[in-house]
Design a protein around this ligand. Structure first.
Ligand SMILES: N[C@@H](CCC(=O)N[C@@H](CS)C(=O)NCC(=O)O)C(=O)O
Length: 215
C-alpha cells in the first residue's frame, strides 16, 4: 500500500470522477510516476492512458495542457490537471489514501523529481543539433546529478516508506538514468539506492511501465 493512509481525507474540490484520461508518453519519467500510481492505487478501471507524445504537439494534449507537456490528467468535466506531483496527489485522494503531511517524504520526493529534471535536461541537450550542443550545460547537469545521487544515497536508508511517493520517484529517476545516462554508473558505492531500485523493480506496476528499449 502506498504512503499516506493515516489521516482522514480533506474534502476534495473535485467531484468523484467516473472516467479520467491520463495523457502520457512511454518514455516520460514524469508520466511514469502517475502510471505506476494508477496501478498501485487500483485505479486502472477509472483511468485510461492515452499516448500523447509531447513533441507531436497534438490537439488533445495542447487543449489539456497549454505548456505542451505530459503528464496531464483530463477529468470527466473536461478540466485537466498538469504536473506529476499534483496528479499523484489527486490520484492518492481519489483512491482514499491521501498523502500525509510527512514533509521529509515530500522533501525527498522533490529531490528525486529534481534529479529527473536534470537527467531529462541533460538528455535534451545531448540530442540537440551539433551546432547547438552545449558542453557547459551537459557537464553542469552531470555535476548536479552526481550531487543529488550522493545526497539521496545518504538519505534513502532512512526513507520510512520505500513504497511511498518519494521512494517511487527516486526509483523512477534511477531507472531513467539507466535508460538515458547509463554512463553515470549510479550504482557504484550507492547500496541504499541499489536496494530501493531493486525493491521497485520487482513490482508489476514498475515493470510494465518501463520505457521501451528502443525509445
Ligand atoms: N514538472 C513536470 C514536467 C513534465 C515534463 O517536462 N514532461 C516532459 C516529458 S518527459 C515533456 O512533456 N516535455 C515537453 C516539453 O517540455 O516541451 C511534471 O512533473 O509533470
Amino acid at each position: 500500500m502506498l504512503a499516506g493512509v493515516v489521516k482522514a481525507s480533506p474534502s476534495s474540490p473535485f467531484r468523484k470522477p467516473e472516467a479520467l484520461r491520463l495523457l502520457v508518453s512511454d518514455t516520460s519519467p514524469y508520466a511514469r510516476k502517475c502510471r505506476v500510481l494508477v496501478r498501485e492505487f487500483g485505479l486502472s478501471d477509472t483511468v485510461e492512458e492515452v499516448d500523447a507524445h509531447p513533441f507531436k504537439d497534438g490537439d488533445v494534449l495542447l487543449a489539456a495542457n497549454p505548456l505542451g507537456r505530459v503528464p496531464a490528467l483530463i477529468m470527466d468535466d473536461g478540466r485537466a490537471l498538469t504536473e506529476s506531483l499534483l496528479i499523484g496527489t489527486y490520484l492518492a485522494a481519489q483512491a482514499g489514501q491521501p498523502w500525509t503531511e510527512d514533509w521529509d517524504e515530500w522533501r525527498l520526493q522533490t529531490l528525486g523529481s529534481g534529479l529527473i529534471d536534470l537527467a531529462v535536461g541533460r538528455r535534451v541537450e545531448m540530442v540537440r543539433d551539433e551546432a547547438l550542443y552545449s558542453e557547459y550545460w551537459i557537464t553542469r547537469r552531470e555535476r548536479g546529478i552526481a550531487r543529488a545521487l550522493d545526497q539521496l544515497e545518504d538519505e534513502a536508508g532512512g526513507l520510512g516508506e520505500p513504497l511511498g511517493f518519494a521512494g517511487l520517484t527516486i526509483a523512477i529517476a534511477l531507472d531513467y538514468l539507466d535508460f538515458r545516462y547509463p554512463e553515470a554508473g549510479w550504482r557504484k558505492g550507492r547500496e541504499n539506492l541499489v536496494t530501493l531500485h531493486a525493491f521497485w523493480s520487482e513490482r508489476d506496476s514498475f515493470a510494465v511501465t518501463s520505457p521501451p528499449a528502443d525509445g
